[in-house]
Design a protein around this ligand. Structure first.
Ligand code: CDP
Length: 212
């Protein structure tokens, strides 16, 4: 079974994905880490983040099985990731790994922006997670503080709004809910409530298709 979770920055898809995967005994992939790793490789090579050739080369060389999540989770790398992510050749270089991962047995949970639309349009369960930009900014501030990173709350909100705009308006694999996705607005849900709501969605889908 494939569970596809998409949604905007800091909507909680990552935590939700991890918890769902643990609950069902499935593998979990945070696809944002792939784009973050490409961005970091460009910056580490001393290239400007808008150097398309450098981004494409980095995506082709990426070893997606060995990513250092901790080094990739900063806000700056997230912003840089949304600059390389619109490049079609970057996305193309990352497709096979994601589709192979999606086919993991007994199942996979993948979160990102285009999982239900492009990577796994055949996913049995698609969840599109949202929350207001203000609530997402509040969560991101807490997360960054937890990491010990310097935090300017107004800048975090501005960054989230800018990133939503870039991810939604790009031509290639834009952020949008698949027509058959279940919408999950977590603005007023804590993580436990969001996980319960997501499990309800998965169970309703399984019941609907005879638990296959
Ligand atoms: O955790 P957060 O939502 O802040 O970011 P992320 O999921 O790690 O994604 C970082 C950036 O990578 C996004 O803003 C997108 O531009 C890009 N991305 C994408 O284009 N497609 C995906 N499947 C996942 C991420």
């Amino acid at each position: 079974m494939i569970i596809a979770i998409d949604g905007p920055a800091a909507s909680g898809k990552g935590t939700l994905g991890k918890r769902l995967a643990a609950y069902y005994g499935f593998r979990h992939l945070d696809s944002g880490l792939l784009y973050r790793a490409v961005a970091k490789a460009v910056l580490d090579a001393g290239k400007p983040i808008d150097d398309r050739a450098a981004a494409i080369a980095a995506a082709k060389l990426l070893d997606p099985a060995h990513l250092d999540e901790n080094a990739l989770k900063s806000d700056d790398i997230g912003k840089a990731a949304s600059v390389v992510a619109p490049i079609p050749e970057v996305r193309a270089a990352l497709v096979t790994f994601q589709r192979t991962f999606a086919a993991s047995k007994p199942g996979a949970v993948i979160d990102g922006r285009d999982i239900g639309t492009v990577i796994a349009p055949n996913a049995e369960v698609k969840i599109f997670v949202t929350a207001t930009p203000q609530e997402r900014a509040r969560r991101r501030v807490l997360e960054l503080k937890g990491r010990g990173d310097p935090v300017d709350p107004a800048a975090v909100l501005a960054d989230i709004v800018k990133r939503d705009e870039r991810d939604t308006n790009r031509a290639e694999a834009p952020l949008k809910a698949a027509s058959d996705a279940h919408l999950l607005d977590t603005t007023h849900l804590d993580i436990d409530a969001a996980v319960r709501a997501a499990i309800d969605i998965v169970e309703a889908t399984r019941a609907g298709r005879g638990r296959g």
